[in-house]
Design a binder for this molecule. Structure first.
Ligand SMILES: [Zn+2]
Ligand SMILES: [Zn+2]
Ligand SMILES: [Zn+2]
Length: 221
């Protein structure tokens, strides 16, 4: 017991070269030296997302670093949704926004809006999310009010009908019925905000992918 304590003390104890105060670790000493003696150890690290150099205090080097807020949002979102990140996959096309909006629309409807099935077909896959006005023609194709959850069979039926006929077919009197509410609405608007931030983030630096993998594997341990 005593021997153990002693060895801990010898290994971890740090002494301030200016005033002789002792600290239990490197970090404590550095905070003290910065606060009391105005002496900071500056180190250059890379922005996690874009790789730009950033100067930081050395005892913080194992933390995440971002040069701008948009780099921070891009990085943390990458860790969450991986290669669905809109900034470097296909932000220009369908965007990955659709993935999120589709989930919100499924939670709004809960079942096929035409026939009430809860799953797409016998294989039990999630309901399709159908665009009332086709994606290429709609002004805002992923507006939840342009989207319906449908099973595979009803999807084929609706594809053949004009928008107004589709709504009649599904007993939807007004698009107001399709407005997202509560959590689903918040979720989508928050995601849309993020998309705007991504749009202003630079491209990821080549080393970002390997760094992200390291973070993800640490997290899953
Ligand atoms: Zn000191
Ligand atoms: Zn950056
Ligand atoms: Zn159906």
């Amino acid at each position: 017991m005593t021997a153990h304590n002693q060895s801990n003390t010898t290994t971890d104890c740090k002494t301030c070269p200016h005033c002789g105060n002792e600290f239990s670790g490197e970090k404590g000493l550095r905070i003290h030296m910065a606060a009391t003696h105005d002496e900071e150890t500056i180190e250059t690290v890379r922005c996690n997302w874009c790789g730009s150099p950033i100067e930081v205090r050395e005892w913080k080097t194992d933390q995440n670093h971002y040069c701008t807020r948009s780099c921070g949002v891009a990085w943390t979102t990458y860790l969450k949704i991986g290669d669905r990140h809109p900034n470097y996959i296909d932000g220009a096309s369908r965007g990955r926004e659709f993935h999120w909006v589709a989930m919100a629309v499924r939670s709004r409807d809960g079942e096929c809006v035409r026939c009430g099935r809860e799953r797409s077909s016998k294989d039990g896959r999630a309901l399709h999310v159908h665009h009332i006005v086709p994606e290429k023609e709609a002004e805002d194709p992923h507006d939840p009010q342009n989207l319906l959850s449908v099973c595979g069979g009803c999807h084929r039926t609706l594809e053949k009908l004009a928008p107004k006929e589709q709504l009649r077919e599904c007993d939807i009197d007004s698009l107001e019925q399709l407005r997202l509410r509560g959590e689903a609405a918040e979720w989508v608007s928050k995601y849309r905000e993020q998309i705007e931030v991504f749009a202003s983030a630079p491209d990821p630096w080549p080393g970002m992918f390997a760094e992200a993998q390291k973070h993800l594997s640490k997290r899953s341990e």
